[in-house]
Design a protein around this ligand. Structure first.
Ligand SMILES: Cc1ncc(COP(=O)(O)O)c(C=O)c1O
Length: 387
């Protein structure tokens, strides 16, 4: 089956739901059993429900769909993308372990490593995202997990996932990847050596900026540990949010391909602007990550960065505050365009982020691309006037 067909069909079972196309929303905490023997045997009346936290048919449908799309064995759902990143880390680490994390990782994941994992006796070393097989030099006998985010969602550095995963496998470490940017459609993480592929489903899978959800899908080796970890901590997600993710998932292919094309068009246009020092987009020829992106990815999503030529904070504010079509907000992956200033230099420790001027990040939505360019063009006029 091709990817678009999987996206539409995976996890749907109309025959189980009176013919309904979409697995309906099950609101359930208590599940009743008819006999003591059934309860003791944890034998559910229908499907495999035992208690709401362990999942309902709404949960199982999305988990199944993600296993199909990722080619995974088990999937766990979490109440947010951050909970999925951190829940996956918790499942595979214990006191005394060493953790390797790409320096471009999402800030709150980094804080979890530096604050929470540290308190529980896990030591984190950050590494240059471009390290490739050189990561072997950072391994210790206690290194148990390598955490990647490729491309980094602020700086867009593509990691050599297969090379890093090969080293990790040799050294007996689990590889967890925050795969939110590419989605299961554009990067087949488990085929590239990753053990657990994590997504902030809040972004492209939900796709409509209206629900928070995290998902993690594991290969056969990591499946049991991932699921056990999520169950023991008590992670579960609400049925409405899971339903919205299923609904969003069905249009992931068309949304992403539109956003890919629009983002490439806009990125190319921006790269030719005199106000722009460089564009950070691995699918653009000439980007430092382009060769790896071409080798490993089957597409690019609609999120990319740019570095402006030197400009004052007031000039950037004049540019952004007057934009009509780009919202300013902390998320991405929805149907609407967003823009915001970023400060990657504040987060990094293993490497230095050097930029010619202020950095911005754009989430390209589904608006007409000419309108999006015109809005930015007017913004650049304000930027120049304020300078
Ligand atoms: C790369 C990345 N991972 C994880 C998250 C966390 O997702 P959530 O906001 O659903 O907790 C985000 C959110 O911005 C993100 O950008």
């Amino acid at each position: 089956m091709k990817e678009d067909t999987k996206i539409v069909t995976a996890g749907r079972h109309p025959e189980r739901f009176h013919g309904a196309v979409n697995p309906p929303i099950y609101r359930a905490s208590t599940i009743l059993f008819e006999t003591v023997a059934d309860l003791d045997a944890r034998k559910p009346k229908r499907d495999s429900m035992f208690y709401g936290r362990h999942g309902t048919p709404t949960t199982f449908a999305l988990e199944e769909a993600l296993c199909v799309l990722e080619g995974g064995t088990e999937c766990a759902l979490y109440p947010s993308g951050l909970a999925a990143c951190n829940g996956a880390l918790l499942a595979f680490l214990e006191a005394g372990n060493h953790l390797l994390v790409a320096d471009c990782v999402y800030g709150p994941t980094r804080r979890f490593c530096d604050h929470v994992l540290k308190r529980y006796g896990v030591e984190t070393t950050y590494f240059d995202p471009l390290i490739g097989a050189g990561i072997e030099a950072l391994f210790r006998p206690t290194t148990r997990v390598v955490f990647l985010e490729s491309p980094g969602s602020l700086t867009f550095e593509v990691q050599d996932v297969p090379a890093i995963a090969a080293v990790a496998q040799k050294r007996g470490a689990t590889v967890i990847l925050d795969n939110t940017w590419a989605t299961p459609l554009f990067f087949k993480a488990l085929d590239r050596g990753v053990d657990v592929s994590v997504h902030a489903a809040t972004k492209y899978i939900v796709g409509h900026s209206d629900a928070m959800l995290g998902v993690a899908t594991a290969n056969a080796t990591a499946a049991q540990t991932l699921k056990k970890g999520a169950t023991e901590v008590g992670f579960c997600a609400g049925p409405d949010d899971i339903y919205l993710a299923q609904r969003g998932l069905r249009t992931l292919g068309v949304r992403l391909r539109h956003q890919e094309a629009a983002a490439l068009d806009l990125a190319g246009w921006l790269a030719r602007r005199p106000e722009v020092a460089r564009v950070l987009h691995p699918a653009l020829e000439g980007d430092p990550g382009h060769a790896l992106w071409r080798r490993d990815f089957t597409g690019a999503s609609g999120l990319f960065g740019l570095v402006l030529e030197p400009a004052s904070a007031a000039a950037v504010a004049a540019m952004l505050d007057g934009l009509e079509l780009y919202g300013m907000g902390a998320s991405w992956g929805g149907f609407e365009s967003l823009i915001m200033p970023t400060h990657p230099e504040r987060f990094r420790t293993a490497t230095q982020w050097r930029a010619e001027g202020p950095s911005l990040r754009i989430n390209v939505g589904l608006e007409d691309i000419e309108d999006l360019k015109a809005d930015l063009d007017a913004g650049f006029t304000r930027l120049r006037a304020a300078a």
